[in-house]
Design a protein. Structure first.
Length: 290
């Protein structure tokens, strides 16, 4: 009986070690290796990885570009007279950008300029859902409860998502750390003229809440003498049409009451040309450069 109990204890201990060590070593979302990201076949949690990296390197950049993955198509290194870093990540919304800016400032990292890219997805995506998603769990969740944050990733089941490509480690990604864009950047369009284009818009309706978040970003920037540059992302005309049905004009009007901004979302030569979009959600790097 004594030997049986010892064997059971050893087995349980082994299971605990494996369940923690394997997810740590494999690290599909690059949470535990944010300083040396790897291509694990799963998109990294760019929100957390970028914030952790910037806080560890406070003197490397003086400007930041916030936005969803749509903003990821912009070559920030082409912006003259500043060292800008692209903070974009999947489905990023102003509520999260506000929290991230607060976190940067609380860490004595006050940029000279903030670029903020918005569109209809900014107010039709609920940031609260991201807290429980490994791909998008924000840095402020880590700050509020580190153990709770890491337990989200110490889960053997998520290893299965990247097991097929775990041997294709690409190691340190200089492009990611120098500019903020990821290895899948600069994709060509998968859309074909004449084929039906799916709509890319969120299911929530947080218009006033989002405008309030942007207003708080504006106030924060004013208080710390940070120049705020707001712009709307070009949207494929199919997505733009769907956005109009979800109060996009009201969003633009409310935005105009909050801050000045550059409006690139409309029916125009860019948005009416399907070849300018990787899919119905993301414009190409060529458009980002424009």
């Amino acid at each position: 009986m004594k030997r049986f109990i010892i064997n059971i204890c050893i087995f349980v201990f082994f299971c605990i070690v494996v369940s923690c060590v394997v997810p740590y070593l494999v690290d599909p979302y690059n949470i535990f290796h944010y300083g040396n990201i790897r291509d694990n076949g799963v998109e990294p949690n760019k929100n957390y990885v970028k914030m952790a990296y910037i806080i560890d390197n406070p003197d490397k950049f003086d400007s930041f570009m916030f936005g969803s993955s749509r903003v990821g198509s912009i070559h920030v290194e082409n912006i003259s007279d500043e060292n800008c870093y692209n903070m974009s990540y999947s489905l990023g919304v102003p509520a999260e950008h506000l929290n991230n800016l607060k976190t940067l400032i609380s860490n004595n990292l006050v940029p000279q300029r903030i670029y903020l890219g918005v569109d209809s997805r900014s107010y039709t995506e609920d940031a609260q859902r991201h807290y429980s998603q490994p791909l998008r769990a924000p840095y402020d969740r880590y700050e509020s409860d580190k153990m709770d944050f890491f337990l989200l990733y110490l889960n053997p089941s998520i290893v299965l998502k990247s097991i097929s490509t775990i041997t294709s480690d690409k190691g340190h990604n200089d492009i990611f750390y120098n500019y903020g864009w990821w290895c899948d950047y600069n994709q060509e369009s998968v859309l074909k003229e004449g084929e039906e284009v799916p709509v890319s818009i969120g299911k929530s309706m947080l218009l006033q809440e989002t405008l309030n978040d942007i207003s708080q970003i504006k106030i924060l920037c004013d208080n710390y003498n940070i120049e705020l540059v707001v712009f709307t992302n070009p949207m494929h005309y199919v997505t733009y049409e769907a956005s109009l049905e979800k109060n996009y004009y009201e969003f633009l009007y409310g935005l105009s009451q909050t801050t000045s901004f550059y409006n690139f979302s409309s029916f125009n030569d860019v948005t009416m040309d399907t070849s300018n979009f990787v899919d119905s959600s993301h414009y190409t790097a060529h458009i980002g450069d424009m």
